[in-house]
Design a protein around this ligand. Structure first.
Ligand code: PMP
Length: 449
């Protein structure tokens, strides 16, 4: 497969665009960041004319696939009427209404443009509501790149046992609470901004309960992905999120579920709808806009009221703009069609794909794990028989997977180099079959372990 145009454009981009890409993560694609020329349904085409079945799906948002006709028409119509006004408009109201109807925990919503912004607002609301400042977050979760929450984690295989809380307190940690202190995720980040962040192992009820009981007087919120999609697509242990709900409710701590990946992917009501949970606040983004920049915080009236009464500032020039809201409305409309039939179909196809992957790994004697929930899964090469913790996730062979993704690219399948796959409503049975055939060829070329 030729990547001449991608290579040429990447070189040229670097002359003008810092690093040649617009999000650092995109540099991880091998043999180079591919330059897209267009996309349609489940396929994306690059500037060399290569076509790929797409499971990167723009890192999650393209739940309807590329250039979905209904979504494209809605967005074009909105743009033609004036993309944004800085005034209220009907689309904003309609999207908010649809969101409150779809998300069980949302009496009201506030709109923003990215997952990062939605998380920033949720944290601010939690602090204003409780009058407390500390935030509990978890190892391996990602909540955007804002200074106040972006952290790096030591390699999980170097971590101490999950419940060894006392041993985890790092010298100089500003928090009196148990748990490890947060390490900045990037150079240039204000370390002070992380002073109020406490990091705990996820899926560990004892660690959570101990920290909350001992320090709830300082803790404003617990923020968690409902499924640890960003590190291995690890599901919550039975009862874990329910216990988080009970403890936070009992101790006056706001529970935030960050559903930027799971929202409008695990169902119209997100993971909390699927699991029958009522967090105090939820953040959604990615799939909500089907590829356009829209995100939201939803929550119970008592907290959202803080925006209404002027206690909390919620700002943003392009918040709720006409194009973004049209995209959100059209995406929800499509996903709601036939009582959510798209979710059932996506899940069935994903299960078929995952079954095929597991069969192939077993057939060629390669050790691997695939963790799946709905139309999202993580595939990894690992000697672990199950991956249910961040520590176990750390034992995967990331290099081997990156090589596999490169071989799949050669075979016409676009994958995220780190192992997370998304399936869209535009994927069909034939795409799954073609993908599995491509995998047969790629695995045959992958060096044996
Ligand atoms: N929260 C979660 C759970 C995410 O996965 C992401 C993005 N991967 C974000 C927040 C940040 O969203 P965005 O990239 O739109 O700022």
């Amino acid at each position: 497969m030729v990547h001449e145009q991608s290579a040429r454009h990447f070189q040229k981009s670097k002359q003008y665009l810092a690093s040649g890409v617009s999000s650092t993560l995109r540099l991880s694609m091998k043999p180079m960041p591919v330059f897209a020329a267009g996309g349609s349904g489940a396929t994306v085409t690059d500037m060399d004319g290569n076509r790929y079945i797409d499971y990167l799906l723009a890192y999650g948002p393209l739940i309807l696939g590329h250039a979905h006709p209904g979504l494209t028409a809605a967005v074009c119509e909105a743009a033609a009427k004036g993309a944004t006004y800085g005034l209220q408009h009907q689309g904003e109201m309609e999207l908010a209404q649809r969101l409150t109807e779809a998300l069980p925990c949302a009496d009201k919503v506030a709109l923003s443009g990215s997952g990062t912004e939605a998380v920033m607002l949720a944290l601010r609301l939690a602090r204003a509501y409780t009058g407390k400042t500390k935030i509990i977050r978890f190892e391996g979760h990602y909540h955007g790149w804002a200074d106040t929450i972006f952290t790096s984690f030591p390699s999980p295989d170097m971590q101490q046992s999950a419940s060894g809380l006392q041993g985890r307190n790092t010298a100089g940690a500003s928090s009196a609470a148990a748990g490890s202190s947060a390490k900045p995720g990037t150079s240039g980040q204000s370390a002070a901004a992380l002073a109020d962040i406490i990091v705990l192992p996820w899926n560990d009820v004892a660690a959570l309960e101990e920290t909350l009981r001992r320090h709830h007087g300082e803790i404003a919120a617990v923020i968690s992905e409902p499924v640890m999609c960003n590190s291995g697509c690890i599901a919550p242990h039975p009862g874990y999120l329910q216990r988080m709900r009970e403890l936070t409710a009992e101790l006056g701590v706001v529970m935030i579920l960050d559903e930027v990946i799971t929202g409008f992917r695990l169902g119209l009501g997100g993971a909390h709808g699927r699991f029958g949970l009522l967090p105090d606040l939820v953040t959604v983004g990615k799939a909500l806009g089907g590829g356009f920049a829209v995100s939201a915080v939803g929550g119970k009236d008592a907290i959202m009221e803080l925006i209404a009464d002027g206690t909390v500032n919620h700002l943003g020039t392009l918040n709720g703009n006409g194009v973004a809201t049209a995209a959100g409305i059209a995406t929800i409309r499509e996903l709601a069609e036939g009582e959510g039939a798209a979710f059932v179909r996506m899940e069935r196809l994903t299960e078929r794909l995952v079954r095929g992957i597991r069969e192939r790994l077993a057939a060629c004697g390669m050790q691997g794990v695939v963790n799946q929930l709905g139309p999202v899964f993580h595939m990894m090469f690992t000697a672990e028989s199950v991956v249910e913790s961040f520590a176990a996730f750390g034992n995967r062979d990331a290099e081997r997977y990156a090589r596999f993704a490169e071989l799949m690219l050669e075979e016409g399948v676009m994958l995220r180099p780190t192992g997370l796959w998304y399936v869209s409503a535009a994927h069909e049975e034939a795409d799954i079959e073609a993908t599995l055939q491509a995998m047969d060829r790629a695995l045959a070329r992958l060096a044996p372990t």
